[in-house]
Design a protein around this ligand. Structure first.
Ligand code: 5GP
Length: 192
C-alpha cells in the first residue's frame, strides 16, 4: 500500500514559460491529495481570469493590511504589483494531509525555502530564451513595457535554477506534465 505524505511544493519559472498550461493538465491527472494555493494579487485580472479561482484580486490597501496582519507565508512585488501566499490556507491544508502547490516567482520561492526547508522545489525553464520571448509575445496579454520587464526578470530568474531540487524543461507540455507527476508521486507517496 502507498502512504501519502503531505508536502509543500514550490513551482517557479519565468513568465511565459507555460506554468499555467502545465499546472492545469497536472491537476487533471493528479490524485486529490494535492491542492493549488490561490494567491492574492494587486494586478488587474486578464480576460477570462476569475476572482477566487486564478487569484484573489485585491487593492493595494487591502494587500498592505494583510501584510500588517502577517497573513502571508511570503509575498513579493513583481512587475509593479504585489503577489502573496495565504499562510493560513497552506498550514490548514498540510495539517489535513494535503500537499499544497505554490506557483510563485523567484524571490517568493527563495523566502519560502528559508522558512520551510522541507519544501520540494521545482523550476520550470524554457528550451531557450528566444523561445520564452516568442511565447510571452504570443500570449498578447501584456503591454510592450510589461513584456520587457518580464523578460528582464526572466534573465535574472534563470540564473538561479541550481537552487531548486528539480528543473523541468518545458519543450513539450505533455512531457513536462509527466515529469511533474513523477516528481509529485516520488515525493509524496511511500510504501508502507
Ligand atoms: P502573472 O501576473 O503572470 O499571473 O504572475 C506573475 C508572476 O507572479 C509569476 O511568476 C507567478 O508565478 C508569480 N506569483 C503568482 N502568485 C504569487 C505569489 O503568491 N507570490 C509570489 N512571490 N509570486 C507569485
Amino acid at each position: 500500500m502507498k502512504k501519502n505524505n503531505a508536502k509543500l511544493i514550490i513551482f517557479t519559472g519565468p513568465s511565459g514559460v507555460g506554468k499555467g498550461t502545465i499546472l492545469s493538465d497536472f491537476f487533471k491527472k493528479a490524485d486529490n491529495n494535492i491542492v493549488y494555493s490561490i494567491s492574492n494579487t494587486t494586478r488587474k485580472p486578464r480576460d477570462g481570469e476569475i476572482n477566487g479561482m486564478h487569484y484573489y484580486f485585491i487593492s493595494k490597501d487591502e494587500f498592505e493590511n494583510l501584510i500588517k496582519q502577517d497573513a502571508f507565508l511570503e509575498y513579493a512585488t513583481y512587475s509593479g504589483n504585489y503577489y502573496g501566499t495565504n499562510k493560513k490556507f497552506v498550514d490548514e491544508k498540510i495539517k489535513e494531509g494535503k500537499s499544497v502547490l505554490l506557483e510563485i516567482e523567484l524571490q517568493g520561492a527563495l523566502n519560502v525555502m528559508k522558512k520551510r526547508p522541507d519544501a520540494v522545489t521545482i523550476f520550470i525553464k524554457p528550451p531557450t530564451f528566444e523561445e520564452l520571448e516568442k511565447r510571452l509575445r504570443g500570449r498578447h496579454s501584456e503591454s510592450e513595457e510589461s513584456i520587457k520587464k518580464r523578460l528582464e526578470t526572466a534573465k535574472e530568474e534563470l540564473k538561479h535554477t541550481d537552487k531548486f531540487h528539480y528543473v523541468i524543461e518545458n519543450d513539450k507540455v505533455e512531457k513536462a506534465v509527466d515529469e511533474l507527476i513523477e516528481i509529485y508521486n516520488r515525493e509524496t507517496k511511500s510504501n508502507v
